[in-house]
Design a protein around this ligand. Structure first.
Ligand code: MN
Length: 474
């Protein structure tokens, strides 16, 4: 008999948590959806039918916990009590057996099972969810890499709040008597996600049309960066009641001005406003170029001064010193500060971000590029030095975070110490990051020698610490 492959049932989105006796609620895990076929051959299929078992060999534990089942769940890698999607992606991309084995040690996967689709060759998809849950609990044992998804009945609102308190992204509501609807995005499963909000200054508005001709189309939103300069973060054109349209239009009447605080988007007819009105918007995500996506007007914030609407609502803020110290654990463990004169790694506060490039005559000459980020210097060793034109690409090997004071370090690291040899500062100054993501960083150096744009890109399917350093076109 040929095996039937199940396409996972999907959830619709709903904006608000609710409580209802006919529903159960479980955590929404941020991972790879996978259906496991637990039989002699064992298979673990992704949503689009990709075989995942080779990348997650530890999940073959399932074959020791049950026999002849098909179950549905989510593969996650946990970091500090939360699923870490970036690490999971790295696990999914590994190809060599050695790399996969190394990753199992570093970032073991857990398969969280929430549904059972088949038992002893008999499909269970037509049974009500709550019965499938009971059969699942009676049939599948938990292991060190296999967990059954917890759920609560009725009380969705408090469950949602406790999920958010734990830093998780949301919950899934499932109707108790619902069937498993293969391959469908069904209204009997609902995902409820954390809403993100931002307080923004209204810098202007676009002309309205039709029913909005007398008021406005969309509001132009901005926040202030560290230097107090306005930064455009996008438009919001929905979420207004008729009453709010009127209130805002009245307010805008006295604030109109000719000066534009930033470049408008092509095609927009804009009325600029003095930056006096603050509103709260909800949104789904912030894009790379710091624009709010799917923004929706929430309310006016007359209690909040415009200058307090700052960019750090949208980009990562500096972490407290205790976390900085944890980041330097590897740096400190490699060095004996009674022997070496390198900095010990104490706290520091500053406004502008610094960078340094050190020429390091170690066993082999290389250059170390270090960029300040969240209280430490993120570091890369560049064997062949900085690229001089946009045609050159240089390997950059990520090394451990260094303390910020290391940017001033020059001297001789004694023999026998980590990185023994002479360190000289090649260039130093400030830098600005256009964006900083897990696998891509674009930044502009303002040093004595080097000025200009550079891009660091993490290499996929390679050693996890390898990046490419490129120079941007002028
Ligand atoms: Mn070095």
């Amino acid at each position: 008999m040929t095996r039937h492959f199940y396409r996972p049932m999907l959830a619709r989105t709903t904006p608000k948590a609710f409580s209802d006796v006919d529903w159960v609620f479980e955590i929404k895990w941020d991972g790879f959806r996978a259906v496991a076929y637990i039989d002699d051959t064992f298979s673990l299929k992704s949503r689009n039918g990709k075989e995942l078992k080779n990348n997650f060999p530890e999940l073959a534990e399932l074959t020791r916990l049950a026999k002849n089942l098909v179950v549905d769940g989510e593969i996650v890698v946990m970091r500090e009590g939360k699923p870490d999607f970036q690490t999971l992606l790295e696990r999914g991309q590994a190809v060599s057996a050695r790399e996969i084995q190394r990753q199992i040690q570093r970032a073991p996967a857990i398969y969280i099972v929430f549904d059972i689709l088949e038992k002893d060759g008999k499909p269970l998809t037509k049974l009500p969810l709550i019965e499938r849950k009971k059969i699942l609990a009676d049939t599948l044992k938990e292991g060190s890499h296999v967990l059954l998804s917890d759920y609560v009945e009725e009380k969705g609102e408090t469950y949602f709040q406790s999920a958010l308190d734990k830093g998780l992204e949301g919950i899934i509501a499932k109707m108790k008597d619902s069937r498993y609807e293969e391959g469908l995005r069904s209204g009997s499963w609902l995902k409820i996600k954390k809403l993100k909000t931002c307080d923004c200054v209204i810098f202007g508005y676009t002309q309205g049309t039709q029913s909005r001709a007398a008021t406005f189309g969309a509001l132009l939103l901005g926040v202030y960066d560290k230097e107090g300069k306005p930064v455009y973060v996008g438009k919001v054109g929905t979420g207004f009641t008729q009453e709010m349209l009127g209130i805002l239009t009245d307010k805008f009447e006295k604030l109109k001005m000719d000066k534009a605080p930033f470049e408008p988007e092509a095609g927009d007819v804009i009325t600029w406003l003095e930056p006096k009105v603050v509103c709260e918007v909800i949104y789904q995500v912030v894009t790379r170029d710091i624009k709010l996506r799917m923004a929706r007007f929430q309310r006016l914030r007359e209690d909040k001064p415009p200058e307090e609407c700052t960019l750090d609502q949208l980009v990562e803020v500096k972490k407290p010193a205790s976390e900085v110290n944890d980041k330097l654990a590897e740096y400190k463990s490699k060095r004996d500060f009674k022997v070496t004169i390198e900095p010990k790694g104490e706290e520091r506060k500053s406004d502008k971000l610094i960078f340094v490039i050190q020429e390091h005559h170690a066993r082999r000459l290389h250059y170390d590029l270090r960029l300040e980020n969240n209280g430490v210097l993120k570091s890369w060793a560049i064997p062949k030095g900085m690229p001089e034109s946009s045609l050159e690409r240089r390997l950059a090997v990520e090394t451990e975070d260094h303390p910020v004071e290391y940017a001033n370090f020059e001297g001789i690291i004694p023999k026998g110490q980590y990185g023994a040899g002479t360190v000289k500062i090649f260039d130093k100054g400030h830098y600005q990051a256009k964006y900083w993501e897990n696998d891509k960083i674009e930044f502009t150096l303002d040093g004595q020698q080097l000025k200009g744009r550079y891009i660091l890109v993490k290499l996929k399917k390679a050693e996890a610490k390898d990046w490419l350093l490129l120079k941007g076109k002028e």
